[in-house]
Design a protein around this ligand. Structure first.
Ligand SMILES: Nc1nc2c(c(=O)[nH]1)N[C@H]1C(S)=C(S)[C@@H](COP(=O)(O)OP(=O)(O)OC[C@H]3O[C@@H](n4cnc5c(=O)[nH]c(N)nc54)[C@H](O)[C@@H]3O)O[C@H]1N2
Ligand SMILES: Nc1nc2c(c(=O)[nH]1)N[C@H]1C(S)=C(S)[C@@H](COP(=O)(O)OP(=O)(O)OC[C@H]3O[C@@H](n4cnc5c(=O)[nH]c(N)nc54)[C@H](O)[C@@H]3O)O[C@H]1N2
Ligand SMILES: [Mo]
Length: 687
C-alpha cells in the first residue's frame, strides 16, 4: 500500500483586532481544505484558538460562495443590493475616471478615505495609505471610532499612549489592575494564560460583572462614567495613609500641586455616592495598588465615554503618584504600538508621499461631511464596515444612499456597507497573502503566511491599490513597491532584526529576550521629560491643564445607560455573517438587572423596545444580576441586515464626541426601555 506523505502544517498568525494575535496552524486535509487550529508553540495562545475564529476560519473564510470573488458594479438604485460582476479592468477604469472628475472639479479633499483594522497585517492595513497620500484624499480619522481619547490622555501625561508595559513584567508584579477592559472576551488567551501566570492579586474595575471581573480578587463595580472620581478617591486614601511616593513625585512629576489641592477638597462620601463603591473597597484597592509594584491595564472600551479622556488621565495619576512606573513589575498599558515593536509604519504608509494637508474628519462628523455633497464626492471604505459599526446608523445610511456619492468598498464579504457601494472590490483574506503582524498588547512579532489561494479574482488590499495607482497614471516607485521588499526591510529594521524569510520559518518572535522596561530610566517622552500631570499641551488643545474628579450626572427615573462593549462571537462586525456563528449569537439581546427588568415589566425572554434620540430597537431581555441597576448591556456591531429582529446597537448610538480627539462616546448613551408591542420587531433598515 502506498503511503501519502503527511501534509505539512503551515504556521501563520491571526490578524484580527484583538489583544492576543494568536499563532495558527493550517493543516490541509485530504480534500485540499484547510483545518485552522491554534499553534502550541505560540507564547500567547499556547495551542488554543477561540470559538469564533475557529468557526469562521474553518467556515465562512474558506466558503467561496460567501466570499466576494469578482469586482461588482451597482446595477440598481443605491442600497437595492443589485450588482453585476465586472472585470478588474472595468472596475479600475471606472474608479479612475470618476476620481479624475472629482480631482478636476472639486480637488482631492473631496475624496474621503475610511479605513481601520479589518485586518492587522501591516501591508494590508497600511500600504494602501501610499495611494491615498499620493492622491491627497481626506482621511476619516481612524482612531476616532475606537481609542483616540485614551491615547491622547496617556500622551499628555507620559508622552506616549502607544508604549505600554511589557506583559512579561508580570513576573515581578505585586498587583495587577484591569481597568475598563474585558480580556475574557477581547483577548481570551491573554485572559486565560497571562492573567493566570501570577499569584499577585487581580483588581478589576468594570460596571459589569464580566468573566474577567469574576476572576478578580477585588471587583470594583463602579457606576459608568465615574472612573475619574474613583481614581481621585484612591489617591485621597493613599495621601491620608501616607502612601504617596513623595520622593518620586518631587523628582519626576510636574504639576502635582494641582492634584494635591483637589485631593484636599475631595469628599470620600461624595466619592462613594458618585462611584457606588464603598470606602472599605476603595481602601482595599489603595492598599493593593499602593504596595506595588503594580501593573495597570487600561482598556479601550472605557475611553469611549463623553469624559473618557479625563477618566484615563485621572487613572494614569496612579502610577505617577505611587512610583509604580519605570521599574520592574510596574507600568501601565493602553496600546503597544508599532513603534514599541520597532516596526516603521511611516515607511509602510509612505508618509513622505503625503500631499494634502487638509484636516482629517472625525467619524463622529462623517454624517455631516457626507451631507455636504460638494465636499464629499467619493468615498473609499476598506478594512472597515461603517454601515454596521459607526454610530448614527440610520442617518449614515441615508447619506451613503445619495446617488451622487461615488462609493468604493473593498471587503471579503457583501457587508452592510458594500450594499451601498457603486463598485465593490473583492479582497483576499489574511489566510491568502504574506504579511507582518504585531500584537498591540504583547511584545510579539509574527509572520503572516499565505496558506491558501484567494478565491476567484480577489486580491490583497496592497495589490488593489497598486493597480489603482497605475491606472491613475501615478509614477512614484513607492506606490508599486513589492510586498517581499517591504516585508524584508521592515522585519530587518524591527527587533530582533531577522529577515522575513527567517521569521516565516520561526513564526512568532519576541522583540527582545528580556522584558522591555517601559520608560526605562524614568525618561518620559513629554516636552519636559517629566510626567506632566499639568500639561500645557493639553491646554493648547483647549483642555483643562489638569484632570479632575468629575463624574456623570445621575440618570433620571426610567433612563438607562446602554453599554455596547465587545461580544464573544464577533470581532467588531467581522464573523457576523458566518452561518455557524449566526446560530450561536444574537445581537439583539439586552441584559438588565432583574430588579430593573421587573420594575419595567420585562420578564426574562420578553421583548423590550429601546429608544434613544437616534432611533429605536427591539431586543430580547436577559436578566443578569451582574449588570448594575439603570445599566443595560448589549454587544456591539452586528450586521444590521442579518441581525435577528433586524437591528444592531448602532441604530441607537449617537455621534456625541468624547472630550479628547473628537473620539466616540458610545458608552455614554442614555436610552429608555419599555415592553415592546407583542411580536414587534425593528423594521429592516432601509437606505
Ligand atoms: N471578541 C471580540 N474581541 C475584540 C473585539 C470584538 O468586537 N470582539 N473588538 C476589538 C477592539 S476593536 C477593541 S478596541 C478591543 C476593546 O477591548 P476592551 O478594551 O476590553 O473594550 P470593550 O470590550 O469595549 O469594553 C471593556 C469593558 O469596559 C467596560 N466599561 C464600559 N463603560 C465603562 C466605564 O464607564 N468605566 C469602566 N471602568 N468600564 C466601562 C465594559 O463593561 C466592558 O466590560 O477589543 C478587541 N477585541
Ligand atoms: N455601539 C458601538 N459601536 C462600536 C464600538 C462600541 O464599543 N460600541 N466599538 C468601536 C470600535 S472599538 C471599533 S474598532 C469599530 C470597528 O469598526 P470597523 O472597523 O468597521 O470593524 P469591522 O467590523 O471589523 O470591519 C472591518 C471590515 O473589514 C473587512 N476585512 C477583513 N479583512 C479584510 C481585508 O483583508 N481586506 C479588506 N479590504 N477588508 C477586510 C471585514 O470583512 C469587515 O467588513 O467599531 C466601533 N463601533
Ligand atoms: Mo477598537
Amino acid at each position: 500500500m502506498q503511503h501519502l506523505p503527511m501534509p505539512m502544517p503551515m504556521r501563520t498568525v491571526c490578524a484580527r483586532d484583538c489583544y492576543d494575535s494568536c499563532g495558527l496552524l493550517a493543516v490541509p486535509d485530504a480534500d485540499g481544505r484547510l483545518m485552522i487550529r491554534g499553534d502550541k508553540s505560540h507564547p500567547v495562545n499556547q495551542g488554543g484558538i477561540c470559538a469564533k475564529c475557529s468557526i469562521a476560519y474553518n467556515g465562512s473564510y474558506q466558503n467561496d460562495a460567501l466570499r466576494l470573488t469578482m469586482p461588482l458594479r451597482r446595477a440598481g438604485k443605491k442600497g437595492q443590493g443589485k450588482f453585476k460582476p465586472i472585470s478588474w479592468d472595468e472596475a479600475l477604469d471606472e474608479i479612475s475616471s470618476r476620481l479624475r472628475n472629482v480631482l478636476r472639479e472639486e480637488g482631492p479633499q473631496a475624496i474621503l478615505n475610511a479605513h481601520y483594522t479589518g485586518t492587522r497585517g501591516v501591508l494590508a492595513r497600511d500600504f494602501p495609505m501610499r495611494f491615498f497620500h499620493a492622491i491627497g484624499a481626506t482621511e476619516v480619522s481612524p482612531d476616532t471610532i475606537c481609542n483616540i481619547a485614551g491615547q491622547l490622555a496617556a500622551e499628555y501625561l507620559y508622552g506616549s499612549g502607544l508604549q505600554g508595559f511589557d506583559p512579561r513584567e508580570i513576573a515581578d508584579a505585586a498587583c495587577v489592575v484591569v481597568w475598563g477592559c474585558n480580556p475574557s472576551v477581547t483577548g481570551p488567551h491573554t485572559h486565560r494564560h497571562w492573567l493566570k501566570s501570577t499569584d499577585a492579586p487581580l483588581v478589576v474595575v468594570d460596571p459589569v460583572k464580566t468573566d474577567t471581573a469574576r476572576k478578580a480578587d477585588l471587583h470594583l463595580q463602579l457606576r459608568p462614567g465615574s472612573d475619574a472620581m474613583l481614581a481621585f478617591a484612591v489617591l485621597k486614601v493613599l495621601k491620608l495613609q501616607g502612601g504617596l511616593a513623595t520622593g518620586f513625585i518631587a523628582q519626576h512629576v510636574m504639576g502635582w500641586e494641582d492634584i494635591d489641592r483637589q485631593l484636599d477638597a475631595l469628599s470620600l462620601d461624595e466619592a462613594q455616592q458618585a462611584t457606588g463603591i464603598g470606602i472599605a473597597q476603595i481602601e482595599q484597592f489603595a492598599r493593593l495598588y499602593g504596595a506595588g509594584p503594580s501593573l495597570l491595564w487600561i482598556g479601550m472600551g472605557m475611553t469611549r465615554q463623553r469624559w473618557g479622556g479625563n477618566a484615563v488621565r485621572s487613572i494614569l495619576l496612579l502610577p505617577a503618584a505611587t512610583g509604580s512606573i519605570a521599574r520592574a513589575g510596574a507600568g501601565f498599558s493602553f496600546i503597544n504600538g508599532a513603534g514599541a515593536h520597532g516596526v516603521d509604519l511611516a515607511d509602510v504608509m509612505g508618509t513622505h508621499l503625503r500631499r494634502n494637508q487638509a484636516p482629517s474628519v472625525s467619524h463622529m462628523d462623517l454624517v455631516e461631511r457626507l451631507r455636504d455633497s460638494a465636499a464629499s464626492r467619493a468615498l473609499f471604505c476598506w478594512n472597515i464596515n461603517i454601515a454596521a459599526t459607526n454610530p448614527r446608523q440610520a442617518a449614515l445610511r441615508r447619506e451613503l444612499a445619495r446617488e451622487s456619492l461615488f462609493t468604493v468598498v473593498a471587503d471579503l464579504f457583501m457587508t452592510d456597507t458594500a450594499d451601498l457601494a457603486d463598485i465593490v472590490l473583492p479582497a483576499a483574506s489574511f489566510l491568502e497573502h504574506d504579511d507582518l503582524v504585531y500584537s498591540y498588547f504583547h511584545m510579539t512579532l509574527s509572520a503572516q503566511v499565505a496558506v491558501r489561494s484567494p478565491p476567484g479574482l480577489a486580491l490583497p488590499n496592497q495589490e488593489i491599490f497598486r493597480r489603482l495607482s497605475r491606472r491613475m497614471g501615478f509614477c512614484d516607485e513607492a506606490l508599486f513597491e513589492k510586498d517581499e521588499t517591504i516585508l524584508e526591510r521592515i522585519t530587518r529594521g524591527a527587533q530582533p532584526g531577522m529577515g522575513f524569510e527567517a521569521l516565516k520559518r520561526t513564526g512568532t518572535v519576541m522583540v527582545s529576550d528580556k522584558p522591555l522596561r517601559q520608560f526605562a530610566g524614568a525618561a518620559f517622552p513629554t516636552p519636559s521629560g517629566m510626567i506632566e500631570v499639568r500639561s500645557s499641551k493639553a491646554q493648547k488643545d483647549g483642555l483643562p491643564a489638569v484632570p479632575s474628579p468629575r463624574y456623570d450626572a445621575t440618570l433620571l427615573e426610567g433612563e438607562f445607560r446602554l453599554l455596547t462593549p465587545a461580544g464573544k462571537w464577533l470581532s467588531n462586525s467581522i464573523f457576523g455573517n458566518d452561518p455557524a456563528i449566526r446560530r450561536r449569537y444574537q445581537e439583539t439581546h439586552v441584559r438588565l438587572h432583574p430588579r430593573d427588568a421587573t420594575r419595567v415589566q420585562l420578564p426574562q425572554g420578553s421583548m423590550a423596545m429601546i429608544t434613544s434620540t437616534e432611533g429605536t430597537l427591539t431586543a430580547q431581555v436577559v436578566h443578569d444580576s451582574g449588570v448594575l441597576p439603570q445599566t443595560a448591556v448589549m454587544p456591539k456591531n452586528g450586521w444590521a441586515k442579518l441581525a435577528r429582529g433586524g437591528g444592531s446597537s448602532n441604530q441607537l448610538t449617537n455621534a456625541c464626541k468624547s472630550d479628547m480627539g473628537e473620539g466616540s462616546s458610545v458608552q455614554s448613551l442614555v436610552v429608555r426601555i419599555a415592553p415592546a408591542a407583542p411580536s414587534s420587531r425593528t423594521p429592516q433598515p432601509s437606505p
